[in-house]
Design a protein around this ligand. Structure first.
Ligand code: OFO
Length: 169
């Protein structure tokens, strides 16, 4: 049975993952309208994955005798200045997600809930990879600068990166 503190923190994490999914969906949609097919594909996949992260938490909370709350979400922006702005925001967002996951892990330890602690380790590892990937993408973008041909190649690159580097459970 989940204790109340843990249930509250897991529900907060459910919202965070759902919000991430919406945020990346908005980015994907913008990229698609800008003709950035590879970037859009990468972001649509990323958005789907965040939804999976949310679902995994929903099921865990319910299976442990708690009650998952499906939250209201804030509307994400519908336009962005550039691909660089998108990935800067994405990286910052992932850093915030990591902090929030660490918070859940902290609560698990102080409440001595080792089952949830164990479950959360999957998210800890996932964040490590997601942050590394986002940093790697930012490095590429910094190298390209404002070069149009570089952006074209970057977009093609991202198309390849979409499903392979992600999607593991
Ligand atoms: Fe990338 O946030 Fe989920 O865990």
């Amino acid at each position: 049975m989940l204790n109340e503190k843990i249930e509250i923190s897991l529900n907060a994490q459910i919202k965070m993952e759902a919000q991430s999914s919406q945020f990346y969906l908005a980015m994907a949609s913008w990229a698609e309208t800008e003709g950035l097919t590879g970037t859009a594909k990468f972001l649509y996949t990323h958005s789907d994955e965040e939804r999976e992260h949310m679902l995994k938490l929903v099921k865990f909370v319910n299976e442990r005798g708690g009650r998952a709350h499906i939250p209201d979400l804030d509307a994400p922006p519908s336009t962005f200045d550039s691909v660089t702005e998108i990935f800067k925001m994405l990286l910052q967002h992932e850093v915030n997600v990591t902090a929030s996951i660490n918070e859940v892990v902290d609560i698990c330890l102080s409440e001595k809930d080792y089952t949830t602690h164990n479950f959360m380790q999957w998210y800890v590892a996932e964040q490590l990879e997601e942050e590394a990937l986002a940093r790697n993408i930012m490095d590429k973008l910094q190298m390209i600068g404002n070069e149009k041909s570089g952006l074209y190649l970057f977009d093609r690159d991202l198309e390849q990166m979409a499903p392979a580097e992600q999607n593991k459970e």
